[in-house]
Design a protein around this ligand. Structure first.
Ligand code: FES
Ligand code: FE2
Length: 421
């Protein structure tokens, strides 16, 4: 079957370079993780398309004039606070000759001035100053037809939920609350039940396509198999009580589970598997001590929003992250570790200690970046072959089983709809 769809950049129809054979979303061609043409279309249709993208935390820019820089896809953007109630976002590209307007990662300013020719912009994105607009010594300068008001910064739509700031480059994206939907929104509010603040951050280079990580966070099947730490210390097992909530479009998910102490019965499911390790103990058990701050006994909740946002709660460690595409076979994973405004010092210390479970060298998550990199190496020369996503059937509805790839199929469902594939 060949599919044709309009090219977002040119408006012309062009043939799809990657085909998904089905049934449903159970087969993903490996070319989807390396094809340069497909990648370019993703930047246009997903990252510049009708999606919302995590930009940072309200708490990162608390005062008027505070700004930070980040990315939507590969496009650099600025997020700036105007006043207590208002946050603006812009593409970080000078409207003169295209230089980065903000070079620093963060700062405070009443105006944003480009270093190249000193054009300056206010925090609404208006062009307010053009160096030598009237020329020098009565010569040169801008012609009379030049209008500053035609050369502001490109503005983003901005939305916030629970202190998280999102931006969109598309007028067609639904309002942020509708985009997230009620079930997933409730799962965000469950974790961020107070105003979040940043405790620290890490950035990890991934040697793989961004979608291999988007799949990984939605992949409930692998957690207690790849990550020996989870199973060994009974933090989560597929045999424990839990489930997956999948949003209406398929692209967002929240998986959750309650802790399961190592029991003979629970261990039986893992007979013969690498993850059935016993006899290991931690020198310092504080790492595993979980305070049930949400009152529901859930020890792990991993949440994603399409396309590339993650919010996880692992015991009392909370982190918000994005996977930033950096080409067909490279990405960056940026994590912000969070606390809540009303945390006492003991809770802050607990969150920081348990932050060691995730991140590039985390006891649990260390293997994720490794395995996605291994896949990128393994698929070379097998672009026409497909990954198999049959676990749990071929649907992508919410389920009480985590022995399923439903949320991964959900990602591909949303992806294909937005890519027209
Ligand atoms: S490129 Fe920014 S002022 Fe010229
Ligand atoms: Fe993982």
């Amino acid at each position: 079957m060949s599919s044709r769809y309009p090219d977002a950049n040119t408006g012309r129809n062009s043939p799809a370079s990657v085909q998904f054979p089905g049934p449903g979303n159970t087969r993903v061609p490996f070319a989807a993780f390396s094809d340069p043409d497909l990648y370019r279309r993703e930047l246009a249709r997903i990252f510049h398309g009708p999606s919302w993208h995590f930009l940072g935390l309200d708490d990162e820019i608390p005062n008027p004039g505070d700004y930070k820089t980040t990315y939507i896809g590969e496009t650099p953007v600025i997020v700036a606070r105007v006043d207590a109630a208002r946050i603006n976002g812009f593409v970080n590209r000078c409207s003169h000759r295209g230089n980065l307007v903000c070079i620093k990662e963060r700062g405070t300013a009443t105006k944003l001035t480009c270093v190249y020719h000193a054009w300056s912009f206010d925090l609404e994105g208006n062009l307010t100053g053009v160096a030598f607009q009237r020329g020098a010594r009565g010569e040169g300068g801008m012609p009379d037809r030049f209008r500053r008001e035609e050369h502001g910064l490109r503005k983003l739509r901005i939305g916030t939920v629970c202190g998280l700031i999102f931006g969109s480059l598309s007028d067609e994206a639904p309002e942020l609350g509708d985009y997230i939907g009620p079930e997933i929104g409730a799962r965000i509010r469950r974790v961020l039940h107070g105003r979040p603040k940043v405790l620290g951050s890490v950035t990890q280079a991934l040697h793989n396509n961004w979608k291999l990580y988007a799949e990984n966070v939605r992949d409930t099947y692998h957690a207690s198999l790849l990550h020996l730490f989870y199973g060994t210390f009974g933090m989560t097992r597929l045999s424990a009580e839990g489930g997956i909530v999948i949003g209406e479009t398929g692209g967002h998910h929240a998986s959750y589970s309650r802790g399961s102490a190592s029991t003979a019965e629970g261990n039986k499911d893992y007979d013969g598997l690498r993850s059935n390790q016993s006899g290991f103990q931690l020198e310092d058990a504080r790492l595993l001590r979980h305070v049930d701050e949400f009152g529901d006994g859930i020890t792990v909740q991993i949440l994603s929003l399409f396309p590339n946002f993650v919010l996880h709660q692992i015991n009392n460690s909370i982190a918000a992250g994005i996977v930033v595409p950096k080409g067909p076979d490279a990405a960056e994973l940026v994590w912000l570790y969070l606390g809540l405004e009303d945390d006492d010092p003991a809770m802050t210390e607990r969150r920081l200690l348990q932050a060691n479970l995730s991140g590039p060298a985390g006891y649990i998550s260390m293997e994720d970046g490794a395995v996605t990199g291994f896949i990128q190496r393994a698929i070379k020369g097998s672009e026409a072959a497909c990954a198999v996503l049959d676990m749990g059937g071929d649907g992508h509805g919410s389920t009480t089983s985590r022995a399923t790839e439903a949320s991964v199929r959900g990602f591909w469902h949303a992806y294909r709809a937005q890519m027209g594939l």
